[in-house]
Unconditional design. Structure first.
Length: 369
């Protein structure tokens, strides 16, 4: 606990732009060395000093003591629309941080934290071309044996090859997802309420960021680039990578070469449905490959590609969180490592809703309702 408090005290001080001398004076210490020893984990804060620190730094007591909270540990890169305000993003990031910290902490308690997976890296930098990004995606698809419909196998490969946790979450409409680096764990968050094709594209986009984090550390928040639009280099590379990963040339070429020259909208919608992507994304992938000309684009009406031309009920919404997350939570509740009230509070749901969530995963409810 002393290391936790020491680390978070330093973080809170630096966020407020206080020097060690500044905070030492406010805490009533005789010299800076006392605070330096505390931040180094060599001296404990007394209960009275801890309360005073919360008042000076404008944080609550749990900020220093709650292990189910990410403080100065996680690096997020959010994928949003321009309507996501800083306040909305901050609030949701705190919530997401609790889910991630919960998963990690429960793993540490039962000594079940997976050994670090040797992280693959893409040979790409800011100087790489869009063609380089597409080639890297095609190569990765073959290496991971993603098959003819990469979207279907990609989630399992992300878990197996990257050791990453994928969480399907209820996010504001302006947030599509995020990649997150925390010590010992990579996480991808996906807004589960988006259409299936968008969810798959978001996942592939975030995979790019996990595979290039060291050489192209993404911004904390990036607005989505409209298909065919312009944006930051790393985001455009990520979009090109995602497109080629989900719609590889090896899969598209035989279908494109044998398709009749009938209604292009029908072909786009049918092929996109088969690949579990959006027809609009497929259209721009064909442009990327040089198979559609500017003249062709003028004949395509995006309204005819809405929902891949389907008027039937959309694909089911994925279950909240993930099987790995829910299994770890179930084990913690069943063994008494975590109380049900604490779990419900961390997940921002009622105890009854938590019980229903376990039923969704066909897990026995580990508490009495």
């Amino acid at each position: 606990m002393i290391d936790l408090i020491s680390r978070r005290l330093r973080y809170a001080r630096e966020k407020r732009d206080f020097t060690q001398a500044d905070l030492s004076r406010k805490l009533g210490f005789k010299d800076r060395q006392t605070l330096a020893a505390i931040e180094a984990g060599q001296r404990k804060l007394s209960a009275e000093e801890l309360v005073r620190a919360t008042q000076i730094l404008g944080v609550d007591l749990e900020f220093f003591t709650d292990r189910f909270r990410l403080v100065d540990e996680g690096s997020f890169s959010w994928r949003t629309t321009k309507h996501a305000t800083p306040a909305l993003l901050t609030t949701f990031e705190e919530k997401a941080g609790r889910w991630i910290a919960l998963y990690r902490q429960l793993g540490e308690r039962k000594n079940s934290v997976s050994p670090p997976v040797l992280q693959p890296r893409l040979p790409l930098t800011h100087q790489s071309s869009y063609e380089d990004a597409c080639a890297a995606a095609e190569n990765l698809g073959r290496e991971w044996e993603l098959g003819e419909v990469p979207a279907l196998r990609l989630p399992q490969c992300v878990r197996d090859k990257l050791g990453a946790l994928i969480l399907n979450v209820d996010a504001p409409q302006s947030i599509s997802g995020a990649a997150c680096h925390v010590p010992g764990l990579n996480v991808i968050l996906i807004n589960r309420n988006e259409p299936e094709g968008r969810r798959h594209y978001d996942l592939a986009h975030e995979v790019f960021h996990l595979l290039t984090w060291e050489q192209m550390t993404p911004e904390h928040c990036e607005h989505e680039i409209p298909h065919g639009g312009k944006g930051k280099r790393s985001e455009q590379l990520a979009d090109n990578f995602a497109s080629a990963l989900l719609m590889p040339e090896r899969t598209l070429r035989p279908q494109w070469e044998t398709h009749s020259h009938g209604d292009l909208h029908t072909w786009l919608n049918t092929t996109a449905n088969n690949l579990r992507v959006t027809a609009v994304a497929l259209k721009w992938r064909l442009v990327q490959l040089g198979w559609l000309t500017k003249a062709d684009l003028l004949t395509i009406r995006d309204k005819k590609l809405t929902a891949n031309g389907c008027s039937h009920t959309p694909s089911p919404t994925p279950r909240r969180f993930s099987e790995a997350f829910m299994q770890r939570l179930h084990d913690a509740l069943a063994t008494g490592a975590l109380s049900v009230r604490r779990a419900a509070s961390l997940l921002d749901m009622t105890i009854e809703d938590l019980g229903e969530l376990f039923e969704d995963y066909e897990l026995p409810i580990p508490f009495d309702l």
